[in-house]
Design a protein around this ligand. Structure first.
Ligand SMILES: Nc1nc2c(ncn2[C@@H]2O[C@H](COP(=O)(O)OP(=O)(O)OP(=O)(O)O)[C@@H](O)[C@H]2O)c(=O)[nH]1
Ligand SMILES: [Mg+2]
Length: 957
């Protein structure tokens, strides 16, 4: 070991422990103390470790390090993973990518002595440190899911890489390597500890099965038991085993630095296993079709395949190799890595073998995770349309449009916005998708590599297309430039008259099929695909329908727009929520209830501190006459909890603080349900719950779920419609949701009113968009130009609430809502659009206004309610309206005035209680009336039209 290495090591070890090692013969193994929550089962306790006697590892048959170690600087990595880097390069070159990318955000810092530190943070986690010292070497350390613990990688070599990644529950992972051409990898370890030093050696430490447990690292160090599998294998030895996954005798031993020579028994016989999932048995000289782990079986043995690296496992090995499958069917070493794109079609489709091995519920959870987890989603930055990299929003809009491209994969595409033609970069069109999508850059003349001289919408068409045009009777002499619309109508550039419709020509569709060219898809076949957060289980039935009336539902966060959307599903969909949706919502409810629990725990801490201060004050008063201090004060209060619960509480609060609570699901529900139960029954928590009105972060709806926290945290919990309605949000990703509906017959039974008849015949598409998905200045509203009506949702109870104004300052929520309203109303795309304002959460307004005057919101400081002495219990809106009703009128008028001042038109308003289906139903019927009036307006003269002009006193109530 060189002096520099020593210096680095001692700098890393803030404690400055002395390390006695021989030159060039170093193995260090460190572990950090596990800091996760307690587990509900017993673990062997570890003796405390003397920090000066940290065990180190030695290789039994050490190989000499031929290269002199120097300390060059690691190249700065823009893209953290070499695979991803390669992929980006491929894409930039315009070639098809041939590697599966991984996504890691890298933070790099260079120190003065030329050593590069990289802190990689994949999901907002911190505490991971990659430390590399080698020519052309790279060292990655990615803590995929931060649980507040530290992952540290240290490597010193040439031409090789060292990678550490900690997944769920990883804690205190440290790897040292000093070798050449080797690759070290620690993955998802809880207490994994590794060291290697040999030429062309590979070291891999894997621990999957053990859940995060306090003491696992200690156990490893105190050498009584290892919670990790430690593996190491020399490449030279690989020939005598069928593959790299072979079990072999331990070659890593743990030595106490000061008593070297004493090899702890438990450690020396640790199972050793090499994990190189990407190298199959056949590559290593074994037979094809063997299991990648046990090397048994043949090609006919049933196997499950990793969706990242294609490693195949037999039924005996699959669970060991894939662990708890938090991202679906992936080897544990592949967790966090994007999937092999050729497997995208099989996401969520599990083998019969897995179905036999796991319960139906587990399968459901795993398949859902496989479809929904972030790592498995298509990455927008890997898709280029007309040479422009897509943003998240553009990808979303592309996937959610009426007729999206099929089998979208990373790569280059071209898109003709005018006609809707879509193709792979440099190839003829492969489909016709929805036109006019604001996705990608402008189309290039050579987009499809055409060489015919004939242009369609600025793109030089291919020979096959020209052939098709000619056979369809389109005059192509003189290399004309055509403009082709989405409906197939075409005209020549510079000429005003339409020449005809391409798709109307007889036999054209057959011809296109023959030439493998796309034809427009029938509306009845159109259905969004591949979008996980699209909550739409119903196949739209456009046949025989009039045009779909699009309703655009939006509101400031927390306004209740998703509740209203869910109400619509319950009201108008025969099967409101599919199995998948229920499962997603269940996970969301469970994750929310943990969040509420964490808020409760935080409250408990606060209340405990308060009562301790009180107690100390009282005691110091009592004793002031005698001693004058309160040193004898007992720290136990009414809000104290047991050390075990305290540890769980600290762990949960850590996640809350880091905003990373989602990271522990769904595994946490299974693991910690008994602790939740214990916690919930604890007197201190019950006492805190009683004071829930003092916990600002706890939404009012939280008590509905918290009261059933134990039931909800169970794996077999099935949310009722009511639970789904009361839950915050729609799905965890919460982006865009759409549903098609028409008003059910029953609502019109016996009603011959033509207006209702009109409403019943129409079909509607309700599109709910999260305000934050609209982007800066609501720029993505352009995508929704074809909507007929905007339903803007405002929570009446927001008038005394505060939120972040986007610049770090606080802002009244009602004013924030008004700001969003103004941006949408004045957006050029919605210039002539009708607006229907839903004033929601009327029930909360009525409760609140008795305590907090409406005038606390500056905008409403003119509110001066008339109080009647003769108020009855049963107030109606017309006679003796309650203060709540008057406040509603006032707020409605303020919004109407605002709308009129911005547009000169009338705003329609409804009073709604989102949790009451009747008011929501009424509001949607009112929306359909507004659309009908809009149609009728076209038939009126200007003077007649004035009946629809602005007046501030018409409500749906
Ligand atoms: N009491 C009461 N609660 C409501 C009403 N409408 C919605 N809620 C609750 O308010 C919370 C927020 O409602 P959401 O529908 O998620 O609001 P959102 O507009 O989707 O908000 P974000 O998801 O934050 O954008 C949920 O817990 C709902 O159950 C209502 O009329 N009365
Ligand atoms: Mg919501």
């Amino acid at each position: 070991m060189t002096q520099k290495m020593k210096a680095i090591l001692s700098r890393m070890m803030s404690i400055g422990a002395s390390v006695s090692v021989e030159e060039d013969d170093v193995e260090f193994s460190f572990a950090m103390e596990y800091s996760g929550p307690p587990v509900s089962y017993n673990l062997p306790r570890a003796a405390p470790i003397d920090i000066k006697r940290i065990p180190t590892a030695a290789v039994v048959a050490p190989a000499s390090l031929s290269d002199r170690v120097s300390l060059p600087v690691v190249q700065p990595l823009l893209s953290s993973d070499p695979l991803k880097k390669k992929l980006s390069e491929d894409l930039t070159r315009g070639s098809e990518p041939d590697v599966s990318p991984t996504s890691v955000i890298a933070f790099e810092q260079r120190s003065r002595d030329g050593i590069s530190f990289r802190l990689l943070d994949e999901f907002g986690s911190s505490g991971s440190l990659g430390f590399s010292n080698g020519q052309h070497g790279s060292c990655d350390s990615s803590d995929v899911i931060d649980d507040g613990s530290c992952v540290l990688g240290f490597s010193n070599s040439r031409e090789r890489s060292c990678k550490l990644s900690g997944g769920k529950g990883s804690s205190g992972t440290l790897s040292f390597s000093n070798s050449r051409d080797d690759s070290n990898e620690l993955s998802r370890s809880s207490g994994a500890l590794g060291t290697s030093k040999s030429c062309k050696e590979s070291l891999d430490i894997v621990d999957v099965i053990n859940p995060p447990s306090r003491g696992s690292i200690e156990s490893a160090l105190s050498s009584r038991s290892l919670s990790s599998e430690i593996s190491s294998c020399k490449a030279d030895d690989a020939n005598d085993v069928p593959s790299s996954h072979a079990k072999r005798a331990a070659v890593v031993t743990f030595l106490d630095a000061e008593s070297s020579g004493i090899i702890p028994e438990a450690v020396s016989c640790t199972t050793v296993e090499v994990n190189q999932a990407k190298i199959g048995p056949e590559t290593k000289g074994g037979r094809k079709g063997l299991c990648y782990r046990c090397y048994k079986g043949n090609r006919f043995t049933e196997k499950e395949v990793c969706i990242v690296c294609n490693a195949k496992y037999c039924s005996n090995c699959v669970l060991k190799a894939m662990g708890s499958m938090p991202e679906g069917r992936k080897c544990v070493t592949c967790i966090g890595v994007p999937i092999d794109e050729s497997k995208r079609g099989s996401l969520g489709k599990c083998s019969r073998m897995l179905k036999r091995l796991l319960s139906q519920l587990e399968i459901q959870q795993i398949m859902n995770a496989e479809k929904l987890c972030e790592a498995n989603q298509l990455q927008p930055e890997l898709i280029y349309v007309n040479r422009k990299q897509l943003s998240q929003e553009e990808l979303l809009f592309l996937q959610c449009c009426r007729n999206p491209p099929k089998n979208l994969k990373p790569g280059h595409y071209w898109y003709d916005k005018v006609s809707g033609l879509w193709g792979k970069g440099g190839q003829k069109p492969c489909s016709i998708i929805t036109a006019d999508l604001n996705v990608g850059g402008p189309i290039m003349r050579n987009a499809s590599n055409g060489n015919t001289g004939v242009l369609i919408n600025n793109r030089e068409i291919t020979k096959t297309e020209l052939q098709m045009l000619k056979l369809a009777g389109v005059q192509c002499a003189g290399k004309p430039h055509f403009w082709v619309d989405a409906d197939g109508s075409y005209q020549e550039e510079g000429q005003k008259n339409m020449k005809g419709h391409i798709w109307d020509k007889r036999g054209i569709k057959l011809l296109c099929a023959f030439l493998s060219l796309p034809v427009p898809v029938k509306p009845s076949n159109i259905r969004p695909e591949g979008v996980n957060n699209l909550v739409n289980g119903v196949v739209p039935d456009y046949l025989g329908q009039k045009a779909l009336q699009k309703l655009f539902l939006v509101g400031y966060k927390g306004s209740g727009s998703s509740t209203i959307f869910k109400q619509a599903k319950i009201l108008y969909n025969p099967v409101p929520f599919t199995k998948d949706e229920r499962e997603n919502i269940k996970l969301m409810i469970q994750s929310n209830v943990y969040r509420y629990l964490a808020i409760l725990l935080e409250g408990r801490e606060r209340f405990q501190e308060e009562s301790l201060t009180e107690m100390k004050k009282e005691q110091s008063c009592d004793q002031s006459g005698v001693q004058g201090n309160a040193s004898g004060c007992d720290d136990q209060t009414f809000y104290s909890i047991s050390p075990k619960l305290k540890a769980f509480s600290d762990w949960l609060l850590n996640f809350l603080v880091s905003g990373n609570l989602e990271a522990i699901f769904p595994a946490a529900t299974r693991e910690y349900a008994p602790l939740v139960q214990e916690l919930w029954k604890d007197a201190a928590i019950q006492a805190t719950f009683k004071r829930r009105s003092e916990l600002k972060m706890l939404p009012p709806i939280a008590s509905y779920f918290l009261e059933r926290v134990v039931e909800i945290c169970r794996t077999d919990y099935e949310p009722s419609n009511m639970d789904i309605l009361y839950a915050e949000g729609i799905t965890s990703s919460n982006g865009l949701a759409s549903m098609d509906f028409s008003f059910p017959l029953s609502a019109f039974d016996g009603n011959t009113d033509t207006a209702d008849e009109h409403g019943r015949l129409l079909r509607y598409q309700l599109i709910r968009v999260h305000a934050r998905s609209l982007g800066e200045n609501c720029k993505w509203l352009e995508m929704f130009e074809d909507v007929r009506l905007v339903i803007f949702c405002v929570a009446l109870s927001d008038y005394d609430q505060f939120c972040d104004d986007g610049n770090g300052a606080t802002m009244n929520k009602m004013l924030a809502s008004r700001r969003l309203f103004e941006s949408i109303v004045t957006h050029p795309a919605f210039k002539q659009m009708d607006f229907h304002l839903i004033l929601n959460k009327f029930d909360l307004l009525e409760q609140k206004i008795e305590q907090v005057p409406l005038t606390v919101c500056d905008w409403f400081n003119g509110f001066n309610p008339v109080t009647s002495r003769h108020r009855t219990n049963n107030n109606s809106i017309n006679n003796n309206p309650s203060i709540g009703q008057q406040a509603f009128y006032y707020i409605a008028v303020e919004f109407k005035r605002l709308f009129n001042s911005l547009t000169g038109r009338k705003l329609y308003v409804s009073l709604v209680n989102g949790l009451d289906s009747e008011t929501v139903d009424q509001a949607f019927h009112y929306s359909s009336e507004i659309l009908k009036w809009d149609e009728e307006r076209a038939y009126f003269s200007i003077s007649e039209y004035s009946i629809y002009s602005t007046e501030a006193s018409s409500y749906s109530h």
